[in-house]
Design a binder for this molecule. Sequence first.
Ligand code: ZN
Ligand code: FE
Length: 255
Amino acid sequence: MLDIVRIPVLNDNYVWLMRESASGVVGVVDPAVAAPVLDEAARRGWKITHILNTHHHGDHVGGNREIKAATGCTIVGPKPDRARIPGIDVEVDDGDRYRFGAAEADVFFVPGHTSGHIAFSFADDRALFCGDTLFALGCGRLFEGTPAQMWHSLKRLRALADDTRVYCAHEYTQSNARFAVTVDPANRALAARAAAIDTARAAGQATVPSTLGEEKATNPFLRADDLGVQAAVGMAGGDPVAVFAEVRGRKDTFR
Ligand code: ZN
Ligand code: FE
């Protein structure tokens, strides 16, 4: 069983620290920086044994070398991106099952935000570490991939169980919600969620993790094949890839 702790760092990044209770192994997902992660682990008496990286961006791997130097941990990252992951020890790729103590992660290759992006799905724990692929009410920008790739990646994540918790890497939810209601205006679940997010943020609370069930019902980037979203962007009956590209394009210029 995984005990998962959220560590807010930089402006809006979340680093996830987790301990597998049966074995005592401790992993860090996407350490943007080292010091707050080492401090939190020390405070809990947890010895970091692993870093899991989803992609190569600096706000996800920036703490790799310092944490490895301090702990001797093993760095696990995407094989397609091995040249861009500092200190990588273990390369994993689509379809791999990575054993983490008594837990096990399925590795999904989910290109789109970057060309080598992966996600770790701990199905027994209903925990999905998806980096910058899927956000609460959003998805990552397409820096190195096409809309078709990203839509395919998101559809694979969407196929996981509704009670999966989505441990994404940024607190972008409130601004994502402001956009989402413009492309899914008739979605009542979305309107209710947007209001709840405003309340949570006003109280200084985090909105991550969400559940995949919530995302399926309200995240427009998982709903390019939904008639409501399609109609709202003037593409009723359209190809989901084209609808996804339209929604993503609108978000890129949304203010
Ligand atoms: Zn990124
Ligand atoms: Fe990021």
